[in-house]
Design a protein around this ligand. Structure first.
Ligand code: AGP
Length: 613
């Protein structure tokens, strides 16, 4: 995923473009660049690596101009080099792009045959040449863009500048989000903006319009024209964005991830309050569902990464509380295994960004198979949200750290409420049982706050973990998805190889890995399978393995095994352990990565949302 910004300004824009790109760096950060228009002339500055490299470049070679576009990149086509960094340009046109032009090779061949010279390996550069070619045939910039968009296949958000046109900026959206921002206040009045999301525009305005898929827009300082895919003029609502500048700064935390881990009691509480009648202590879903739970024969759940692990926890809940058979798939597998889907069943898609290409493609597959589509997303204006029959938002606020934390526990909060609502609707959950379970959920923010007090202990533990090469995570029941999530968290930000396993599987293979160099993190609240997990721990200890046990007071008392480091969480209902035990799992990964010194918020090779398949 990449980040795009455009400013049709009344003042020099280079600094403002960089500020906006800083808010977009979480989307991709292997290179960045800006282009501006000064006295009708296009010019660019681009740099490989983090945004700071571009800032250094601009300090050395300032770029004047009151109109500009900017881009921060997560490389898809072409290595993360300066020559592949956006904006791409000809003498006439500069363009920035988020997405993939699937037919770029054939387009490039026809352009080269016509004499075009390319300087990058990217698909994006083709777009600049196509618009230039259309203008060479006598089209205006607007008509040239309209003609070019019809030649492109794939997913794109684009923003264009034109030499000699300092009161014009054009943008287009197909498969990747793009918003228009309306200037406000004395400084910004009359300015217009494009941005990949509301976060990018937060420094300039909170008044925005989201383009629909297929839309393209022509901005001047005094007008906004939006056209749909058939070039018909359309209106899009002007809304107040919720992302304000303070929501995207780290406060007094060293990293966004630390801030977001600590926000969880607040944002999970906020999310629960959206789905629970706190007085009656029962689930109260906002709005009517477009399906009858009692008629759903099977539930499909699909997502990627951390969101998938949230879905895996939810499988246990739906099957336990609603007696609803659940099939769960990693999104990139679901539509290729030919799952037999019966029309009228329910498919749930979980996604923080709401833009993950694998998840979106699977949503479209489920729709083709006449499933009711319910999405649990953190960005309600996202493509996945817009293509769902019903959206259940997580109210986590913008999640900037690439490693998902608060979105994960908010997803669990929403999914728990959905499972209880399904249980009640399907007659498998009594009001009394529902009330007990809802009460347990209401306790979660307080329990999370208590779990955060383990941080100093975990910080110490992390100093040892930072020295190892491999870590094994074990869990049973709903702690098994947490073991998978813990391994993902650790590997994606510390680069330490880690694997999550069902504890019962240890003796079927992974135990061969156990020796004194391999820490084993066991997630095991004291529950009905605790004794079995203690046996697994004894198998590890017998082979010199180092155990880190995450449990509660009863578990700590029962599992007296030598060399075990024990992190003790408060007692709680077993239903809510996945939400609360996520805290130490996240802190272990965070502090280990911080001890190693990796880039916690922007780990290598990753992006916050993967909008390519
Ligand atoms: C999680 O920490 C990772 N960043 C990644 O696995 C992520 O969960 C996955 O890419 C799905 O993203 P989404 O929730 O935005 O769809």
């Amino acid at each position: 995923m990449c980040g795009i910004v455009g400013i049709l300004g009344n003042r020099p824009v280079a600094g403002a473009l960089v500020d906006a790109l800083r808010r977009l760096e979480y989307r991709g950060y292997d290179s960045a660049g800006i282009a501006t228009l000064d006295h009708g002339r296009l010019d660019r500055r681009r740099a490989e690596g983090k945004l700071v490299a571009l800032e250094k470049r601009l300090d050395a070679e300032p770029l004047p101009g009151n109109v500009g576009i900017g881009h921060t990149r997560w490389a898809t086509h072409g290595r993360p080099t300066e020559s592949n960094a956006h904006p791409h340009a000809t003498a006439k046109v500069a363009v920035v792009h988020n997405g993939i032009i699937e037919n770029f090779r054939e387009l490039r061949e026809s352009l080269v045959a016509g004499g075009a010279r390319f300087f990058s390996e990217t698909d994006t550069e083709v777009v600049a040449h196509l618009v230039t070619r259309e203008m060479a045939h006598g089209k205006s910039p607007v008509d040239a863009v309209a003609a070019t968009l019809k030649q492109l296949r794939g997913a794109f958000a684009l923003a264009f500048l034109f030499a000699g046109e300092d009161n014009l900026m054009i943008g287009a959206r197909k498969g990747s989000p793009l918003a228009i921002g309306y200037g406000q206040g004395t400084a910004g009045k009359g300015e217009m903006y494009f941005g990949s999301d509301a976060i990018a525009l937060a420094p300039f305005t909170d008044t925005i319009s989201y383009l629909d898929d297929g839309d393209w827009a022509v901005l001047t300082r005094s007008s906004v024209q939006i056209f749909d895919e058939q070039d018909r003029p359309v209106e899009r609502p002007v809304v107040k964005s919720s992302a304000t500048a303070h929501m995207v700064d780290k406060g007094n935390h060293k990293h966004f991830m630390a801030k977001e881990i600590h926000e969880q009691p607040e944002v999970v509480g906020h999310t629960l309050a959206h789905y629970i009648d706190m007085i009656q202590e029962k689930v109260a879903l906002p709005g009517e569902l477009p399906f009858d739970w009692s008629k759903i024969k099977r539930l499909s759940i699909s997502a990627c990464g951390t969101a998938f692990y949230a879905g895996l926890v939810a499988k246990y809940w739906f099957e336990r509380f609603a007696k609803l058979p659940v099939e769960i798939d990693i999104a990139s597998e679901f539509r290729y295994r030919g799952a037999p889907l019966e029309a009228g069943d329910l498919a749930i898609f979980i996604s923080q960004s709401g833009e993950t290409a694998d998840t979106l493609a699977t949503l479209r597959y489920a729709r083709e198979h006449k499933q009711h589509i319910l999405s649990v997303v953190n960005v309600v204006t996202s493509t996945i949200a817009r293509e769902s029959d019903v959206v259940m938002p997580t109210l986590a606020g913008p999640e900037i750290g690439v490693a998902s934390t608060k979105a994960f526990t908010c997803q669990l909060a929403v999914l728990a409420c959905l499972a209880l609502a399904a249980g009640r609707a399907r007659g498998h959950l009594s009001e009394e049982d529902e009330q007990k379970l809802v009460h347990a959920l209401i306790e979660v923010p307080r329990l999370m706050a208590q779990a955060l007090t383990l941080e100093p202990e975990i910080e110490q533990l992390a100093l040892d973990l930072a020295k190892v090469g491999d870590v094994l995570y074990l869990g049973r029941g709903t702690s098994y998805p947490l073991a998978l999530e813990g391994a993902l968290k650790l590997k994606e930000i510390s680069y330490i190889h880690a694997e999550g396993y069902a504890a019962g599987e240890l003796k079927h293979g992974p135990i061969a890995l156990i020796d004194e160099t391999m820490p084993v993190i066991v997630i095991a609240p004291y529950d009905r399978v605790f004794e079995k997990t203690v046996s697994n721990m004894q198998e590890v200890a017998a082979r010199g393995g180092r155990i880190i046990l995450v449990t509660d007071p009863k578990g700590a008392a029962e599992a007296t095994i030598a060399s075990t480091v024990t992190l003790t969480l408060p007692d709680m209902a077993s239903t809510v352990t996945p939400l609360v035990y996520a805290i130490p799992v996240q802190l272990i990964a965070y502090h280990t990565a911080a001890a190693i010194g990796t880039d916690v918020d922007q780990p290598r090779n990753l992006a916050k949302s993967v909008t390519v398949e």
